[in-house]
Write a protein that binds this ligand. Structure first.
Ligand code: HEC
Ligand code: HEC
Ligand code: HEC
Ligand code: HEC
Length: 234
């Protein structure tokens, strides 16, 4: 009886430890480090690689304080004004025209617009640096997301759900959401650094770049289109 209890305790503790060490971003496609990641295909390997996970996006020091989210370790080579957003073409939004993604979305685009080297960061222990990141056919070429990759959205975002648009709760077609709360996130924090503005929809409204709890880093399930129905009163 006593032995059984001890064994059960060991099993429980082991499971708990495993749960802690394997949860979260390490299991996702955003684990770009050389450390084992169950789901990632694009990884830093060989000489000049890094086993750090957060460094591709965050740094404890010398972070970008002008545009990125919290302690942001990346520059975006795409010029301000270098994007075409939804509604800029033949579609119309009942919103003021948005000409440039807010920093919260520019952060994602610093990898996902295909124009930026994924392996280049602002700070690696005091100096800017790049990590060795071998090409993966059809996915990564020359350190940038391959043009053929479904993950490369390009700089023409007119065929993507609107981003950096105001979430105007006075519109009857939208549900009432409070900035910063809820399953999906409309954010009043357009820079990701605490500057408040009107609540807007950003990439981070629908996606949480750290989570392994859902596919595509989504904040709400697409089953029954629940994600869409959180915001749209349809
Ligand atoms: C692929 C890029 C990426 C990686 C890798 C990454 N983060 Fe983030 N992180 C972000 C973005 C983007 C935000 C802003 C999120 C938002 O505004 O919702 C953020 C925000 C945060 C925040 C602020 C609070 C929050 O959750 O919004 C913390 C804390 C954080 N990250 C910690 C980490 C740690 C620790 C790691 C490594 C284990 C890590 N991140 C790896 C992109 C990344
Ligand atoms: C440091 C570069 C980097 C940043 C910053 C980054 N991503 Fe990614 N992301 C990647 C890479 C690399 C992949 C995997 C591509 C592949 O496997 O072909 C990926 C994959 C994804 C996927 C697909 C996941 C899946 O399960 O198939 C989504 C969705 C995504 N990212 C959204 C975002 C969003 C939203 C942000 C900002 C909050 C962001 N990413 C920021 C590099 C980045
Ligand atoms: C309104 C919600 C919403 C917003 C805003 C949003 N996404 Fe997504 N995204 C999704 C959904 C849902 C999927 C799941 C796959 C699909 O339907 O294409 C997805 C999938 C993806 C994928 C995987 C490839 C693909 O096309 O399916 C990437 C990469 C991605 N999103 C990046 C981004 C980036 C970067 C932004 C901001 C510029 C962004 N997303 C804004 C809802 C959103
Ligand atoms: C975080 C809240 C949010 C989520 C989640 C969301 N939307 Fe939206 N969506 C908006 C806002 C805000 C607008 C801009 C509305 C406006 O100002 O006219 C918009 C615009 C649209 C439009 C364009 C309307 C036009 O005038 O051209 C369509 C279509 C749409 N969304 C469909 C979807 C679908 C489909 C999903 C799920 C994949 C989704 N949305 C998820 C907030 C959201």
């Amino acid at each position: 009886m006593k032995t059984r209890l001890v064994i059960l305790t060991i099993v429980a503790v082991t499971l708990l430890a495993a749960g802690v060490s394997f949860a979260g971003i390490a299991l996702t496609k955003h684990n770009l480090s050389s450390a084992a990641g169950a789901n990632s295909t694009i990884k830093s390997t060989g000489a000049g690689s890094t086993d750090q996970l957060c460094i591709f996006c965050h740094t404890p020091h010398r972070a970008d304080t002008t545009s990125g989210p919290s302690l942001w370790n990346r520059n975006n080579a795409t010029a301000v004004g270098g994007y075409t957003l939804y509604g800029s073409g033949n579609k119309t939004l009942g919103n003021s025209t948005v000409s440039n993604p807010n920093p919260a979305s520019r952060a994602c685009l610093s990898c996902h617009d295909g124009n930026n080297a994924i392996n280049a960061v602002i700070n690696t222990a005091g100096v800017a640096g790049t990590f060795t990141m071998p090409d993966v056919a059809g996915r990564l070429s020359g350190n940038k997301l391959d043009a053929a990759s479904g993950y490369n959205l390009g700089t023409n975002l007119s065929n993507d759900h609107p981003i950096s648009v105001t979430y105007d709760i006075t519109k009857s077609s939208l549900n009432t959401l409070t900035a910063g709360t809820g399953v999906v996130r409309v954010t009043s924090d357009t820079t990701g650094q605490g500057t408040s503005g009107s609540a807007t929809v950003e990439c981070t409204s629908c996606h949480d770049p750290h989570t392994s709890a859902s596919s595509y880093f989504l904040r709400a399930t697409t089953a029954g289109s629940k994600l869409c129905l959180v915001c749209h009163n349809k």
